[in-house]
Design a protein around this ligand. Structure first.
Ligand SMILES: *[C@@H]1O[C@H](CO)[C@@H](O)[C@H](O)[C@H]1NC(C)=O
Ligand SMILES: *[C@@H]1O[C@H](CO)[C@@H](O)[C@H](O)[C@H]1NC(C)=O
Ligand SMILES: *[C@@H]1O[C@H](CO)[C@@H](O)[C@H](O)[C@H]1NC(C)=O
Ligand SMILES: *[C@@H]1O[C@H](CO)[C@@H](O)[C@H](O)[C@H]1NC(C)=O
Ligand SMILES: *[C@@H]1O[C@H](CO)[C@@H](O)[C@H](O)[C@H]1NC(C)=O
Ligand SMILES: *[C@@H]1O[C@H](CO)[C@@H](O)[C@H](O)[C@H]1NC(C)=O
Ligand SMILES: *[C@@H]1O[C@H](CO)[C@@H](O)[C@H](O)[C@H]1NC(C)=O
Length: 404
């Protein structure tokens, strides 16, 4: 085929090799470069079609080597069918991830604005090269600069659907200063294959946000699965299965202890937890504010360390009675499964702000190795419907290492 050798190279190359971004009307189409950093093409699409437009990140492999921070989206539909791989230049990400205020955390990808959708059609894959992060982190707790995979920041009226995450760098998703956010059909898995744990690869965390729906998720994460943090309200979480996780959690909140934080109106229902630390629980620092009107219902689980747990002094396990962060009107209904040890519930409320309006109905928790489970309670209303078997000591730990 000597003839072909005479043609200019660009005529022979298949179109898919051509990198970059093309704009047709209000539609920006992004195709992968092959091996270069694709974040400039994606940022170009956000710039040219992020307002009153559509963005198609077509199928194929994309490399993301730079922070993507876009806070000006407006009336925009983003479709992703490709695999986005955040590269493993740890020093770059530690220096350049965007701060998100909360506890000095930061993020690799941040979206904000009004009226936008992010749809992955069950095809989009976010790969964070997490194993590199887990190995260099060496089981430290919160490493500054270790980036959250996706953050919604000052976002309003947003729908995210059909995205798969594998091996994220840190938390999978964070929603902050946002309102009316729906996140459906998300599939997440952070699993370390070395001696070092994933540590802090939460599925979802909210902060200073309201009106959020989370539905149809499957999460394996080694840390909190769905975690509702300070100043969050009206959150509905439904049909989520969590493996190796902290399942459904309010908190941590109340830190710093001189700033009030509030969580109101949260419903968790139709939840399954497998081999997890806890199932339906609340953790606060000895701070100020309140947790009010929370429902955990239809929660089923297997082999959970301490299924129901409440602590006013998480992690330090000291000054528990100094907490003024009041917990009230919390219902646990249809909570069933097996506990790893002989404790079904450990509930310690602060003497400084005892729990009121706790209600329990249809609680059926059996130790996985047989026998009956203890239910330990302190400083809570006596008409809760819970058959407490003893008092819960102050500073009772989140994770048990054997029978009590
Ligand atoms: C977002 O959508 C709502 C409801 O359709 C509309 O009222 C609002 O003006 C839109 N916001 C922007 C910035 O276009
Ligand atoms: C909430 O966001 C959805 C998109 O997920 C939108 O359809 C709906 O109109 C928004 N609701 C309000 C009250 O703006
Ligand atoms: C998560 O990934 C690990 C490692 O690949 C795998 O063993 C596990 O089955 C996955 N979890 C789910 C729920 O698929
Ligand atoms: C619950 O979510 C799973 C995983 O996304 C999905 O396969 C299943 O259809 C959902 N169930 C219901 C009742 O929506
Ligand atoms: C939570 O909201 C309260 C009341 O609006 C505010 O005083 C406090 O600073 C907020 N806390 C955080 C951590 O943003
Ligand atoms: C309690 O929270 C649920 C779930 O968000 C909400 O539907 C309900 O209206 C709230 N109840 C009160 C009394 O605010
Ligand atoms: C609790 O479970 C029972 C039996 O499965 C069911 O009939 C009832 O509707 C459930 N309650 C709620 C509030 O979903």
């Amino acid at each position: 085929m000597v003839f072909y050798c005479l043609l200019p190279l660009w005529l022979i190359l298949p179109a898919t090799v051509l990198a970059g971004m093309t704009k047709t009307g209000t539609l920006c189409t992004v195709t992968p470069s092959g091996s270069k950093d694709d974040s400039p093409s994606i940022m170009d699409a956000f710039k040219q079609c992020g307002q009153n437009g559509q963005i198609d990140i077509t199928s194929g492999d994309y490399t993301i080597a730079k922070v993507m921070d876009v806070l000006t989206l407006k009336n925009c539909d983003i479709s992703i069918r490709g695999k986005l791989t955040w590269n493993d230049d740890i020093q770059y990400w530690l220096r350049n991830s965007v701060g998100v205020t909360y506890a000095s955390r930061s993020t690799a990808f941040r979206l904000g604005g009004e009226n936008f959708t992010l749809k992955g059609h069950g095809e989009a894959l976010f790969f964070g090269n997490g194993q590199k992060w887990y190995d260099q982190n060496r089981d430290q707790s919160n490493q500054n600069g270790r980036p959250i995979s996706l953050t919604l920041w000052k976002a309003k009226n947003v729908w995210i659907d059909g995205i798969t995450w594998r091996q994220p760098q840190f938390w999978h998703t964070f929603v902050a200063h946002s309102q009316n956010i729906t996140m459906t059909n998300l599939d997440m898995n952070a699993t370390s294959n070395s001696r070092w744990g994933t540590v802090n690869t939460d599925g979802f965390d909210s902060w200073n946000s309201k009106d959020i729906v989370i539905k149809n998720w499957v999460v394996t994460c080694g840390d909190d699965c769905i975690s509702i943090k300070g100043n969050s309200s009206n959150i509905h979480v439904r049909n989520v299965t969590c493996y190796e996780s902290g399942a459904m959690c309010i908190g941590s909140m109340g830190n710093p202890t001189n700033v009030p934080e509030y969580v109101d109106d949260v419903l968790f229902e139709d939840i399954t937890a497998i081999h997890s630390s806890n199932a339906a629980w609340i953790k606060t620092y000895p701070g100020q504010g309140h947790v009010r009107n929370i429902t955990f219902r239809n929660i089923r689980f297997q082999d959970v360390n301490q299924p129901i747990y409440v602590s006013p002094c998480i992690y330090s396990y000291s000054n528990c009675d100094g907490s003024r962060l009041k917990i009230s009107d919390v219902t646990w209904e249809n909570i069933s499964g097996t506990s790893r040890y002989n404790v079904a519930a450990g509930i310690y409320c602060s003497k400084g702000a005892p729990c009121t309006g706790l209600k329990f109905k249809n609680i059926d928790i059996k130790p996985k190795n047989g026998g009956t489970a203890k239910i330990l309670c302190s400083n809570m209303n006596s008409d809760s419907g819970l058959a407490c078997t003893g008092t819960c000591p102050a500073g009772w730990k989140q994770q048990l290492s054997g029978n009590a």
